[in-house]
Every structure is written in structure tokens, then in C-alpha cells.
Write a protein that binds this ligand. Structure first.
Ligand code: FES
Length: 106
């Protein structure tokens, strides 16, 4: 593995990073780009920080375990609430919304 200068993030083939096909999706109503094979959680972190939802009390929650165990990363994907962002891969045309409170509150 090639070491990169401090603070530089490898973003392309020249850096040895292979990416899937570019896809477009909407994140809280805003069009964003991602790459096939990336999780919804990865896109949310890249686009807007770690929070994916708010609890019924208004506290921010986001990716904690990153492997489908904690359920802290719940989002609404294509109208389906309580979807784990860390376990869901992006797809062309996907609509992702932050979740507020329980699924019934959405
Ligand atoms: S971050 Fe724990 S289930 Fe997604």
C-alpha cells in the first residue's frame, strides 16, 4: 500500500482506488453522487457528517458499529423507514432521507 502525504485522501485510480460506477441519488432532497458498492452510511458521512437521524427527543444519532448491529444509523430509503444506512448499498435513483424519531413519526 502506498503512503500518501499527510492530509491527502486517495480519490481516484491514480491513487490505487478502484470505484464502482457513478450513481446519482437524493439525500434529504439534495442530489448527490456516489459510487456503486458504497454504503448509504459512507455517502452520508462524506456529504454531511456522521448523523443519520434524530431520536424522538431530538438527539443526533449516526454510524456507531458500522456492521448492522446497533441500529443507530437508521434512515428512510425509498420511503422505507428503519433502514440501516451501514448495511444498504447505494443505487441509481435512490432517495434517502434522515429519520426523525420512530418509524411512525416519519
Ligand atoms: S451503524 Fe450500527 S447498525 Fe448501522
Amino acid at each position: 500500500m502506498r503512503l500518501l502525504p499527510r492530509g491527502r485522501v486517495p480519490l481516484g485510480a491514480a491513487d490505487g482506488l478502484e470505484r464502482g460506477e457513478r450513481v446519482s441519488l437524493r439525500l434529504d432532497g439534495i442530489p448527490v453522487s456516489a459510487y456503486a458498492g458504497e454504503s448509504v452510511a459512507a455517502v452520508m458521512i462524506a456529504e454531511r457528517g456522521a448523523a443519520t437521524r434524530r431520536t424522538a427527543g431530538g438527539e443526533r444519532r449516526g454510524v456507531f458499529c458500522g456492521m448492522g448491529v446497533c441500529f443507530d444509523c437508521l434512515v428512510v430509503v425509498d420511503g422505507v423507514p428503519n433502514t440501516r444506512a451501514c448495511m444498504t448499498l447505494v443505487a441509481e435513483g435512490m432517495v434517502v432521507d434522515s429519520q426523525s424519531g420512530s418509524s411512525a413519526a416519519r
